[in-house]
Every structure is written in structure tokens, then in C-alpha cells.
Design a binder for this molecule. Structure first.
Ligand code: GSH
Length: 211
């Protein structure tokens, strides 16, 4: 079986992929990338991800970057884990919508709110429209989640949207603590794979701090 390697730094967006890998249940290796030492900007790593960012994932000879793309790839590549909605399934449209909504709407809306530009982009020109719209659409989506975005079926879309919510609301404190968000986030916090990913990342952070 082709080996899976995650290029990782904890805590960072590569923790999204770590959670996904724990859900997948496939063995994987970690390659730690130290921002402190500037390893992400060294030629060796830029050959993996020319953006100089984590996560990146190597699966056999295939290299994938961008957290949501990696989650989508893994879900499709390992269908036995049932974390995808396959081509031909009518629910795939909604599934893909949420996978893309994370990086193209939730994340830039949070970033613009945290680091406002001198002149805010016009609503029509900004891909995410407005922060309030993003929050409302997200609240409607996760408010209807029963218990997950695709109903009983937990998918990679929950990993991406769940991570965005945890990060934006609990860690970055930029998303409002709406009851819909709180309920969904507490539901996904019960996932053993997320608990494992968090515990492993905390252990890693401890090791790095004491090194
Ligand atoms: N669009 C990328 C963003 C990745 C990203 O910004 N990663 C941050 C860590 S959270 C990073 O590697 N920062 C190091 C740097 O830019 O120097 C994704 O979704 O994977």
C-alpha cells in the first residue's frame, strides 16, 4: 500500500488533515516542518509545497496541498472509510459545496475580520460576500445538521467545516458563539478521531517545547 506522509506543524491548518487521517484509519507518517527554523521556506520543502505552507500530503508519488483538497482526495481515495459522497450520488453537490465553502468563504471572511483591510472589498467583488452572510449561511447549514452536514453520514465536509468552526470560534474567537455553532462543535468534539488528533498534537507541542 502506498505510504502516506503528512507534512505537519502543530498547531496549524495541518491539524485539519491530521484529524482527517485519524478518521480514515490508515497508517501515516509525519514530517514535522518547523516555522521557527524556517524549514517551510527551504528549497527542500518548497519542492513539496511552493507556497511554503503546511499541510502538504504525499501519498505514494502524489503530492497534494491545500487542506480541503487533501481531505477531499483522501475521502475519495479510501472510499471504504465512507468519508466521501461518491460521484453519482445526488448528495455530492451539497458535500462539495461545504468542502469548498470552508476555504473560499469561512476562512477569508474570518481573516478579513481579524485583519481588516484599509478599504473593505465591495460585497459583490469579495468571493465570500460579507462576513454576516457567511455566518448566517454557515449557521443555517450546521443548524440543520442532524447530526452532521450530510445527516447521519459523517464526511470530509464535517472535518473541513468543523475545523473552521473550532478554529474561528473557539481558538481565534472571531466567529460568534451562535447556539447552532456551539451545538455542532460539541457534537463533533465527541468524535474519537478528533480527540486522538488533538491529544497527539498536544503531545507533539509538549515535546517541541521541551526540546
Ligand atoms: N490555503 C492553505 C493555507 C495553509 C496555511 O496558511 N498554513 C499556515 C499554517 S496554519 C502556514 O503554513 N504558515 C507558514 C507560513 O506561511 O510561513 C490551506 O488551506 O492548506
Amino acid at each position: 500500500m502506498a505510504q502516506i506522509t503528512l507534512y505537519h506543524a502543530a498547531p496549524s491548518r495541518s491539524s485539519i488533515v491530521r484529524w482527517m487521517l485519524e478518521e480514515l484509519g490508515q497508517p501515516y507518517d509525519l514530517r514535522l516542518v518547523s516555522f521557527k527554523k524556517g524549514e517551510n521556506l527551504e528549497p527542500k520543502y518548497l519542492a513539496i509545497n511552493p507556497m511554503g505552507k503546511v499541510p502538504a500530503l504525499k501519498h505514494g508519488d502524489t503530492i497534494i496541498t491545500e487542506a480541503a483538497a487533501i481531505c477531499t482526495y483522501l475521502a475519495d481515495e479510501f472510499p471504504q472509510a465512507k468519508l466521501n459522497v461518491p460521484v453519482g450520488d445526488p448528495r455530492r453537490g451539497v458535500y462539495l459545496k461545504w468542502l469548498f465553502y470552508g476555504p473560499s468563504c469561512v476562512e477569508p471572511a474570518i481573516m478579513d475580520s481579524a485583519f481588516p483591510r484599509k478599504e473593505a472589498p465591495p460585497r459583490a467583488a469579495a468571493g465570500y460576500g460579507s462576513f454576516d452572510t457567511v455566518v448566517d449561511v454557515l449557521a443555517k447549514g450546521v443548524g440543520a445538521a442532524d447530526p452532521y452536514l450530510l445527516g447521519k453520514h459523517f464526511t470530509a465536509a464535517d472535518v473541513v467545516i468543523g475545523s473552521g468552526l473550532r478554529w474561528g470560534m473557539l481558538l481565534f474567537k472571531k466567529l460568534p458563539e451562535r447556539p447552532e455553532f456551539m451545538a455542532y462543535v460539541s457534537r463533533i468534539a465527541d468524535r474519537p478521531a478528533l480527540k486522538r488528533a488533538i491529544a497527539k498534537d498536544l503531545e507533539l507541542q509538549k515535546q517541541q517545547e521541551s526540546a
